[in-house]
Write a protein that binds this ligand. Sequence first.
Ligand SMILES: Nc1ncnc2c1ncn2[C@@H]1O[C@H](COP(=O)(O)OP(=O)(O)OP(=O)(O)O)[C@@H](O)[C@H]1O
Ligand SMILES: [Mg+2]
Length: 250
Amino acid sequence: MSVVQITDLHKSFGDREVLTGIDLEVRQGEVVCVIGPSGSGKSTLLRCVNLLEQPTAGRIEVLGVDVTDPDVDIDRVRTHVGMVFQQFNLFVHRTVLDNCTMAQRQVLKRSRAEAERIARENLARVGLADRADSLPAQLSGGQQQRVAIARALSMDPQLMLFDEPTSALDPELVGDVLAVMRDLADAGMTMIVVTHEMAFARDVGDRVVFMDGGVVVEDGTADQVIGAPREARTRTFLQRVLDPTRTSGV
Ligand SMILES: Nc1ncnc2c1ncn2[C@@H]1O[C@H](COP(=O)(O)OP(=O)(O)OP(=O)(O)O)[C@@H](O)[C@H]1O
Ligand SMILES: [Mg+2]
């Protein structure tokens, strides 16, 4: 079953077209890692999937619903789609537990007791069972990002979108967040992950999509795209990200 089906997606900001005809299918249980240089349109692509950006043209189906249909009930679709950003977007004056229960109660109308039970399960899953009563500021960046993941999981998503979830973290905190994402992938979650972590993309990604200049340049298995890229543009990009002395501009 296809969870996301994108057909000839175009997106312009003003008269600047930043996505110029994207086709992408993500099937149930698949982990698709999206890589590519800064400005290539990775975040815009992800944001179009749950209409944080309105596509200019093309069609996007999410869980069988055409979200580009003007009559779509997008809130209903978003209920099934978890999103984790580089910035954690936690409510800073609310406890970890509150952060993980608010949307459950408001959107899914769960009782406080049920929402708290589910939140605690997910906090345990991300290794933070003992931090339910903390405020976000009392946690490290990596812990805050894991709260953001627990919050998203508490909504029982059928699709998780990650936009560079580890890019804002100190290097020593990246591993814990990636480990949680790897567990999620192993548990069968369908995921689209925009990342600069090539080892993660290679190990965890079922597929890797390389974007450049608003198009998908290469789409294949992780081993093929990262291990044996066919396109010159992919090779150039990988050389830059894999050689730390040449990372500027990526
Ligand atoms: N709201 C906006 N208004 C105008 N231009 C935008 C907007 N959002 C993105 N862009 C432009 O669209 C292009 C693609 O941006 P996008 O953020 O999708 O790239 P990206 O691949 O995610 O880059 P990065 O790796 O730096 O996050 C960029 O040139 C950017 O300046
Ligand atoms: Mg981005």
